[in-house]
Design a protein around this ligand. Structure first.
Ligand code: BGC
Ligand code: CA
Length: 329
């Protein structure tokens, strides 16, 4: 750890202590934790281990952790509105319906549609459901530990009606990440990770349309903060909470002013995504990765890859939306 990194950690620790924030490691490390999502009907957290092809469920009340293995790279995982055991999962470039009760090793699956055929090495990365149950799933280009095929991703909107030919909403993008809607449901926030920016769009829920994209936050405005914005969620005060990949932190941003409101240090360099959960939706669940760490780095970051829970943040989330694109598999 460099002196700058150490002072950053110490500063964040000091700030966290002043705010009385608590951070808990709630799962053992996986390889590349991502895509956390909370199901308030079951009080269950889902997340994925992308390259390992695993979908996990975690029950905070019992501490039980279960998983299934799918054939490919998996992300995201979104529970369905009409059937709590039906999940919609991105597997490579295919949207797959998966029937899983969240605690056995048995499941059934059915592919629904494959996108981005022109970029066979690309894959789904992040995604969410909107209020109407339409899915906003984004892709990213092929990535090695040192490079990324640029401009090979897109953000798709997948509905019951366009299931065989999903609409492209934003393209091209590099790494599709960080989706959120404000409480009034008339703004949509989006991140293309390498740009280091958060873009706000006007959002029309009736038609599921976005327009007038403008940058509301750019990490480059803050020279002391390193890393890249990855997964994102929004709180009940309409502030954004953003995971910083290669940044060892989660940040809170006010998209109305562009101000950076808070930095919470996380003991893992690659912080991948965040979601509100818990019975009162006031626990911030955080996924991390150890995918790119070598042996030595893994020893220095023993918690990397774990899911964490942050409490006492003085705010919380609103109920996430569920997928409504198919009734059964
Ligand atoms: C992806 C990773 C990628 C990272 C880069 C994540 O959302 O899952 O594969 O390396 O973003 O910022
Ligand atoms: Ca992500």
């Amino acid at each position: 750890m460099t002196t700058t990194q150490l002072s950053f950690y110490l500063l964040c620790y000091f700030i966290n202590t002043c705010f009385c924030i608590h951070l808990y490691q709630i799962t053992p490390p996986v390889d590349h934790g991502e895509g956390p999502t909370w199901d308030c009907r079951k009080n269950l957290l889902y997340f994925v281990d992308i390259h390992a092809g695993n979908v996990y469920s975690y029950e905070p009340s019992s501490g039980n952790l279960h998983s299934i293995h799918l054939n490919g790279e998996v992300s995201p995982v979104i529970p369905s509105k009409r059937d709590p055991e039906l999940l919609i999962v991105g597997v490579n470039r295919t949207v797959v319906a998966v029937e899983w009760n969240g605690n056995s090793s048995d499941y059934q699956s059915k592919p629904l549609v494959t996108v981005s055929k022109q970029f066979p090495m690309s894959r789904f990365n992040d995604g969410k459901a909107d209020k109407q149950g339409r899915l906003w799933f984004g892709t990213m280009g092929y990535e090695t530990s040192t490079s990324l095929a640029p401009n090979q991703g897109s953000l798709y909107k997948i509905t019951r009606d366009n299931l065989h030919n999903p609409s492209v909403m934003i393209s091209p993008v590099n790494i599709s990440n960080g989706l959120a809607w404000n409480k009034a449901n008339n703004k949509f926030y989006y991140i293309d990770t390498p740009t280091r920016k958060i873009v706000e769009y006007d959002y029309d829920d009736a038609g599921g349309e976005i327009k007038n994209g403008r940058v509301v936050f750019d990490l480059s405005w803050y020279s002391s903060i390193k890393g890249f914005p990855d997964g994102m969620t929004i709180d009940r005060d309409d502030n954004l909470w953003v995971a910083l990949y290669s940044g060892s932190a989660v940040i809170k941003v006010d998209p109305k002013t562009g101000y950076l409101l808070q930095i919470v240090a996380i003991p893992a360099e690659a912080v991948t995504s965040v979601i509100w959960g818990g019975q009162n939706l006031d626990v911030l669940y955080i996924t991390t990765s150890r995918y790119r760490l070598n042996k030595e780095q893994r020893l220095k970051q023993p918690y990397a890859g774990s899911v964490f829970a942050l409490t006492d943040l003085g705010t919380g989330g609103v109920k996430g939306f569920k997928a409504d694109i198919v009734d059964e598999i």
